[in-house]
Design a protein around this ligand. Structure first.
Ligand SMILES: [Ca+2]
Ligand SMILES: [Ca+2]
Ligand SMILES: [Ca+2]
Ligand SMILES: [Ca+2]
Length: 206
């Protein structure tokens, strides 16, 4: 290798080193996005301020024709996400509680004590369920009466899709009416148990 070629190679090497030095000298800047966090909201329903435990609204004793037991459920969305209200898992269970002679005289042939499923109270008592927007306890213009019929004919659920926003509350009234019928004696001493589950869901159709 001649001295000239060697010098040329050294020159190329120097240029390469200079180029690298020039690159590190260019402008630059950085900004960061750190500490990003994600926390869930909540969907939480309470009844009359009662959260996480059963609410007994009715304990009616000594019922007779003409009675109108009524109860208002104050349903509150105490979570942070808007939801929709439905009624689910509705059940009515009757009890005969022995057949008295007025019942037998009226033709009650399904007797037993307690006689689950053999009572007749749910056959003679009417029920109206309505969203009571004014929360005054009565059916006013605009209130949504979504059930009006005998207790025995209640469906297992009502997909109301009633909007209930975070922090808001709404009233639902259960109004029982025992309008006198010719079959009332069949129900003497009988009882019925009604269960309803209120569901607050994130979307309609749940
Ligand atoms: Ca709750
Ligand atoms: Ca009975
Ligand atoms: Ca019976
Ligand atoms: Ca009976």
């Amino acid at each position: 290798m001649t001295k000239r070629i060697l010098l040329s190679l050294l020159t190329i090497g120097s240029v390469t080193v200079m180029t690298f030095s020039a690159t590190t000298a260019y402008y630059s800047d950085t900004e960061s996005t750190n500490n990003n966090t994600f926390t869930t909201g909540t969907l939480d329903l309470d009844i009359d301020g009662n959260n996480g435990s059963n609410t007994v609204k009715f304990t009616v004793n000594n019922m007779s024709p003409g009675n109108q037991p009524k109860g208002t459920y104050a349903l509150n969305n105490i979570g942070t996400i808007n939801g929709y209200l439905d009624l689910e898992n509705i059940s009515v269970v009757s009890y005969e509680n022995v057949c008295l002679d007025p019942e037998i005289n009226a033709g009650d042939i399904t007797c037993d004590d307690p006689g689950q499923g053999k009572g007749e109270l749910q056959d003679v008592v009417n029920l109206r369920l309505f969203m009571d927007y004014g929360c005054d306890g009565w059916i006013s213009t605009g209130d949504n009466v979504f059930y009006d019929g005998l207790v025995k004919d209640l469906a297992g659920s009502y997909e109301l899709d009633e909007p209930l926003n975070a922090g808001a509350g709404i009233c639902m009234v259960a109004l029982f009416d025992w309008w006198p019928t010719t079959s009332d004696d069949l129900a003497q001493s009988d009882s019925m148990a009604l269960d309803i589950t209120f569901e607050l869901a994130q979307t309609t159709g749940q």
